[in-house]
Design a protein around this ligand. Sequence first.
Ligand code: 1GP
Length: 244
Amino acid sequence: MGTMDYITKKLKETPLHFTLIDPEKQTPEKAGKTAKIAENAGTDLIMVGGSTISSQQMVDETVLKIKENTSLPVVLFPTAAKYLSKHADAIFFMSLLNSKNIRHVIREHVFGSLIVREYGLEPLPMGYIVTEPGMKVAEIGEAEIIKRDDIKTAMGYALAAEYLGMKLVYLEAGSGAPYPASNDMIKKVKEIIKIPLIVGGGIRNADTAREKIKAGADIIVTGTIIEGENMEEKLKEIIKAIKR
Ligand code: 1GP
């Protein structure tokens, strides 16, 4: 089964949790161990990516170690067309819709598409929308950050993504954000689209994760909590809070 089919099938039963691993933040060995712990805690998929990746080898080795240690799909979460790994199962073929720089909207994809094809990666078309505070990804992606209360703009971007044929929408507040996208924004965006809504950035505990799912998120992404203490316990609590 392909990764999109895996996501679609699982979503019929329950909201999902994805774990984001940044290859720059630990050794490939540690990334493999972390992925294993995340799988045991009940995460559904491992995303590999980060805003400051600068080595193809690091991405390759990280993906390979994760594949060695888990049976979960491994999906690239790229910032650019370089440093992709042919060892991953799929790639979020994502457009940063609210970037001021066309490079992040479509230009990188012109080269990226050919690499994705060559590597045999499954492309998962995704509209990526960066909301306040945006953090590093807003800076690197040159985002015209959507204000927390500008719900209409977020709705417009999400619906445009669906009308453009994208299969997923990701509302991103930025890794390490002090707060995620607001419940009101999530609710209104979810109401207007039919495709699955991913929410990430700043989710660090079970209460927040539960709230975001209640507001309408289909999938929760956490990254930063795996870098701290008691990650297994925290992940278990979050996953338990969102699963049906
Ligand atoms: C970043 O949304 C993800 O792209 C995860 O964010 O690191 O804040 O969990 P955190």
